[in-house]
Design a protein around this ligand. Sequence first.
Ligand code: SIN
Length: 315
Amino acid sequence: MNLPTIALLATGGTIAGSATAATDTTGYVAAALGADALLAAVPAITTVARVRARQVYSIDSKDISSAHWLTLARAAQEALDDAAVAGVVITHGTDTLEETAVFLDRTLDCRHKPVVLTGAMRPATALSADGPMNLYDAVCAAAHPDSAGRGVLVCFNRLLLQGATVHKRHTSALDAFGPGEAGPAGHTGPVRYHAPAWQRPAPQALPRDAESLPRVDILHVGAGMPADLLEYAVQRGARGVILALPGNGSLPEPWHAPVARAVAAGVRVVRATRCGNGNVSAHHIDQQCGSTAAGPLTPAAARIALMLDLLADHC
Ligand code: SIN
């Protein structure tokens, strides 16, 4: 059979997790199994694609750094540039999958081939582990001609979500990922999309010698909280700060002067929302303090966008 070749890039996470008991879904070791073990658990994949597996790293995604994103982006681009490869699947821990999805969505040239991220909420050793079905669906999506031109996709619990807007919304549920306001891009079982592929901006080229990204911190701002942490972040060398603020990015009065001082010192300050959904619009406070509005980006996505902007400024 003439099956498409899919490059599988494995990075660890719960999908590769192992526990001592099949009933244990929390006390397990993430990133314990390799790519070959994940594939061996899903023989049906061999009817959909020829999979070429590569272990890029094995990590619990809470420990991912910007150096890991750069390594992964280079591995994914190399696979995409290989004429024999029809699409790329990346297995990843769910805890920071949304950050990796945004980073790859902005940096990979995947206009003509799909890139699909997936993971699992239960370790591979669990009763009713969700990883095998997620992996199968991700390979089906990466092998499907309609998946190209949609940027990086996240395949989870039978949904296809846009990597640019996906967010983890639950600590343990199998449908842990929400699509953002745009709703899901499509479904699997079989693969189908709700709208045609869309025009996308050109990807941001990564400098060959970049080993890390500029430091950008996220501060979650609670009612009545002083701005000391902003001052500390600036002192510690943050080049940008994302404020996860109440409501429509509402900046509490005691934060006005510290934000203005940070901006005057060359630090980019972005107003985002802690609401989880919705747009943060430009406001006259931005003229007063020098901040900018995150628009539709979550704090995590706004952080990646700002890290990449700062990297581009540096080049
Ligand atoms: C991780 O993010 O690597 C562990 C948790 C998970 O994959 O769900």
